[in-house]
Design a binder for this molecule. Structure first.
Ligand SMILES: [Zn+2]
Ligand SMILES: [Zn+2]
Length: 274
């Protein structure tokens, strides 16, 4: 029994050479596919992560613009635990502080104070510095005390990340699983940084605040790219303002609302025409 030189997936014996029908280049194509599939899986995980981050962490928890049915909220929290390692009240507290001191000295991640490139490249550590400050979390997240689910599971972020990596390795193979999850982590960190850096520097400003609107960023972040609209109407569950705006988290909220799994508290952005 020998392995085919070109096609590692087909083995053949000297007697049955017809078992190998590889064409030149098939090994290269196979290698490319083996890399592209994990990257695609990682990208899809990032897209669902930004969707749940925007819908649950941002719009529901930090701004209370929408209230999800407890069963749906638990599902969203579970996915965030698996894919982000974020402690929800820390995220909400840091974000509320950003709104309170937008582009002032106390803003945890201000491009006006630090430069957009520095915020883009170091957003993860800027966030961690703010989240590790117990005064910030206590002051801005005092209504978000950890519940039983947080204490038992969701506050154990590394356990969630390890679990999802293991599941991906079982599904795709060990190195493909590690590649998929690594690509997701990098994409999630880069896109989160882009909202705070690019989304306060480049783009349209229909409202009088320092944030900006960018369609391409909104498309990649489930609507977070309409950051100027959001700073203008922070308690609105809708970040887009026009029918064709790419506000995926708003679409999720509307579907959940139709299924009686969400209650939208403020849709004032609907009345805004820009
Ligand atoms: Zn902002
Ligand atoms: Zn916000």
């Amino acid at each position: 029994m020998q392995s085919c030189r070109l096609c590692t997936s087909v083995r053949y014996t000297d007697e049955k050479l017809s078992g190998c029908n590889s064409l030149p280049g098939s090994a290269t194509l196979n290698s490319i596919v083996q890399i592209l599939i994990p990257l695609l899986v990682g990208f899809l995980i990032t897209q669902i992560s930004t969707l749940t981050t925007s819908a649950y962490l941002h719009r529901a928890l930090a701004h209370k613009a929408v209230r999800f049915h407890p069963a749906l909220a638990l599902f969203l929290r579970f996915f965030l635990w698996l894919t982000t390692g974020v402690k929800s009240r820390e995220w909400a507290a840091v974000h509320r502080k950003h709104h309170a001191f937008t582009d002032e000295e106390s803003d945890p991640h201000s491009p006006a104070q630090l430069g957009w490139i520095r915020v883009q490249l170091t957003n993860f550590w800027l966030y961690r510095n703010a989240a590790n400050d117990p005064v910030t979390v206590q002051k801005w997240g005092r209504d978000l005390a950890p519940d039983r689910w947080d204490r038992v599971l969701f506050d154990r972020g590394m356990l969630g990340l390890g679990t999802s990596t293991l599941l991906l390795c079982i599904w795709l193979g060990w190195w493909q699983g590690v590649l998929a999850f690594s690509f997701h982590v990098v994409s999630y960190v880069v896109l989160s940084g882009a909202v705070n850096a690019v989304g306060h520097t480049f783009g349209r400003r229909p409202f009088a605040n320092s944030a900006t609107n960018l369609h391409w960023l909104a498309a990649l972040t489930s609507g977070e790219g309409y950051h100027n609209n959001h700073h203008g109407l922070p308690t609105s569950a809708r970040f887009g303002s026009r029918p064709l705006d790419l506000d995926a988290a708003w679409w999720l909220i509307k579907v959940a609302e139709k299924m009686r799994l969400a209650e939208v508290r403020d849709v004032s952005a609907k009345k805004v025409t820009l």
